[in-house]
Design a protein around this ligand. Structure first.
Ligand code: FMN
Length: 313
């Protein structure tokens, strides 16, 4: 399946595995890249040396292209921005902000740069600064989100920029992926479905929570702080939302989120931890390898798009 996105990434399929904090480590990234997609290491708040180790471990497991997602609000962002150049990482994606200050040096070092955006304005700005593509992420997604839905965001971004758009937020099967193409995307980024893949190191309790979830099980916390996050409803989100309603301060709310994703991902505390997942969680019922997921997605998408000629550029 070839689009401008596969040309940029050097992959077989235009499918990126989201750079998920704590989840997107070397096993998952390598499995996705080996299956023909683009696996990402999620640098999140990790110190630069930990990210360097992860990059080296991916390289031991695959010779295919992979990338690193840099969370721009991380205290290590500057150091990680430097080390991805030293390590000659083929693709960089960025989350939680505007990567403008790094774009020039990243581009000069030959890396492909793909910022994640949640608005037309940021997409256009990123194009001006030399981005190779953008991931446009709708608020159906798991983790930190913007305001626009995938349905409304993707076609507006696709009309506003010349560079390829990769759609994210709510893709669970070939219907979702085909819909992204029809909305104007030339690739997809998927998070939640890869969380439950066999190669994902996420605790069994977390995977089970996703597989057993229903359509209405995700909630958004943190709107009052300006940093909304989508995760599956539990004791942690209940307490957070109650405190938000009571007008708790940012510091007080932070206490509830500190270490909460790590607790859920590594320790399996799905009650008091943060079980980040998107609205599509309710659709995900199967446990599969990354290869099975990707092959199924591609097969379904190709079948659905037969006759819809506009998608392939
Ligand atoms: N996106 C980022 O850019 N940086 C992150 O650190 C990050 N962490 C995430 C952690 C989890 C557990 C999940 C589910 C998502 C995270 N995301 C992050 C968003 C994903 O990269 C991806 O864009 C999103 O999951 C796509 O929507 P979907 O979950 O509906 O597939």
């Amino acid at each position: 399946m070839k689009t401008r996105v596969t040309d940029i990434l050097g992959t077989e399929y235009p499918i990126i595995q989201g750079g998920m904090a704590w989840v997107a480590e070397h096993h998952l990234a390598a499995a996705v890249s080996n299956a023909g997609g683009l696996g990402l290491i999620g640098a999140a708040n990790a110190p630069a040396e930990v990210v360097r180790e992860e990059i080296r471990k991916v390289r031991e497991l695959t010779d295919k292209p992979f990338g690193v997602n840099i969370m721009l609000i991380s205290p290590s962002a500057d150091e990680v921005a430097q080390l991805v150049m030293e390590e000659e990482v083929p693709v960089i994606t960025t989350g939680a902000g505007n990567p403008e200050k790094y774009m020039k040096v990243w581009k000069e070092s030959g890396m492909k740069v793909i910022p994640v955006v949640a608005s037309v304005a940021l997409a256009k700005r990123m194009e001006r600064y030399g981005a190779d593509a953008v991931v446009a992420e709708g608020c159906e997604a798991g983790g930190h989100i913007g305001e626009q839905t995938t349905m409304t965001l993707i076609p507006q971004v696709a009309d506003a920029v010349e560079i390829p758009v990769i759609g994210a937020g709510g893709v669970g099967d070939g219907r979702g992926m085909a819909a992204m193409f029809l909305l104007g995307a030339e690739g997809v980024q998927i998070g939640t479905r890869f969380v439950v893949s066999d190669e994902s190191i996420v605790h069994e309790n977390y995977k089970e929570r996703i597989v057993k979830s229903k359509d209405i099980d995700s909630v958004v916390t943190g709107r009052s702080t300006g940093h909304p996050v989508r995760s599956l409803r539990n004791q942690n989100t209940k307490e957070y939302l109650k405190k938000e309603q009571e007008g708790a301060s940012f510091e007080e709310l932070e206490l509830l989120t500190l270490g909460s994703l790590r607790r859920a991902v590594l320790e399996g505390d799905t009650k008091n931890g943060s079980v980040m997942a998107g609205q599509i969680a309710g659709l995900i019922k199967q446990r599969q390898t990354c290869k099975e997921i990707i092959e199924e997605l591609v097969k379904e998408t190709e079948a659905l798009l037969k006759g819809a000629e506009k998608w392939e550029k």
